[in-house]
Design a protein around this ligand. Structure first.
Ligand code: URA
Length: 288
């Protein structure tokens, strides 16, 4: 194989990765996580040793103690992620609750290291638009362009969203406040996990409390499911007003289709337009 061929093949492979959404390098060497997950973990080994072996030490109390606690550690080992997530949610709640302005909330989010998405992201994408607007749009997660710009909805999906807003005579810089369910780009544009949305949620809810929008629009299934804590799909949820309650305060929320869905399925633009008209009507009602 000559060098020119090598380069051509490498370029083809990189192109294929890029098209598949793999556009970050997280380590120099690949890791076979399937293989690693088959190996017994340290706490499991301790538990096995503690229950299988006879006490070898002079003090019988120590192995007895290990035998007692090791099964608990082994059980906890399967849910190690859970306490970590809970701690991060707690920290996010405490930090966000202290913020009494949008600027303070953004500063608190920039400081927060509890969401692992931040480790691979280039920038934190907090929000964009007019903090005094009546309409708040909530998308899924920053993509590649948003990660570079540090602003939500600036890429292809954002351009489509801007066009739709313009068609409905809504001006993005003055009429809307836009954010996402998570504030850092998930690698390869994958859907954020439940743990990631749970961790970011206190910052999102505090944003809602501080913006006090008259109307909230959940763009796509992830935003709708996260905000409404439901497993229902977006096709079932879209186009129907629902009440979202945060700390005793009620907000009107309309789930609608995500712009990325409209790129893939242009025929669905008709439904998105119907939803947009409902939003306009609700804004008109709330104004009077
Ligand atoms: N898609 C989203 O959900 N949010 C963005 O910010 C960009 C694309």
């Amino acid at each position: 194989m000559n060098k020119a061929m090598d380069h051509k093949q490498l370029a083809t492979i990189l192109q294929w990765y890029d098209m598949s959404g793999v556009d970050v390098i997280v380590a120099d060497q690949p890791t076979d996580w399937f293989e690693i997950s088959k190996r017994p973990s340290a706490p499991t080994l301790i538990a096995r040793q503690a229950t299988n072996s006879r006490p070898q030490t002079a003090s019988p109390a120590a192995p007895a103690r290990v035998a007692k606690i090791a099964p608990k550690i082994a059980r906890a080992d399967h849910s190690l992620a859970a306490p970590k997530t809970e701690l991060a949610v707690l920290e996010a709640s405490e930090l966000s609750a202290k913020a009494s302005t949008i600027a303070e909330l953004q500063a608190a989010l920039e400081q927060f290291d509890g969401c692992s998405l931040k480790n691979m992201a280039k920038k934190t994408c907090f929000a964009d638009g007019n903090p005094r607007s009546s309409l708040m749009l909530i998308g899924e997660a920053p993509g590649r362009d948003e990660d570079l710009a540090g602003l939500p909805f600036v890429g292809r999906d954002g351009q489509l969203l801007d066009k739709m807003l313009q068609a409905a005579k809504l001006d993005r810089p003055t009429d809307v406040w836009i954010t996402n369910t998570v504030f850092w780009r998930p690698p390869g544009n994958r859907t954020p996990t439940q743990a990631e949305t749970d961790i970011c949620r206190p910052f999102l809810e505090r944003q809602i409390e501080l913006i006090k929008p008259k109307v909230i629009v959940a763009l796509g299934g992830t935003a709708a499911k996260t905000l409404l804590r439901t497993k229902s799909g977006i096709m079932r949820l879209r186009g129907k007003w629902v009440k979202l309650e945060i700390n005793g305060q009620a907000y009107q929320l309309l789930p609608t289709l995500h712009p990325s869905h409209l790129w893939r399925t242009p025929a669905a633009k008709k439904l998105a337009w119907q939803d947009l008209l409902m939003i306009k009507e609700k804004l008109r009602e709330k104004k009077n």
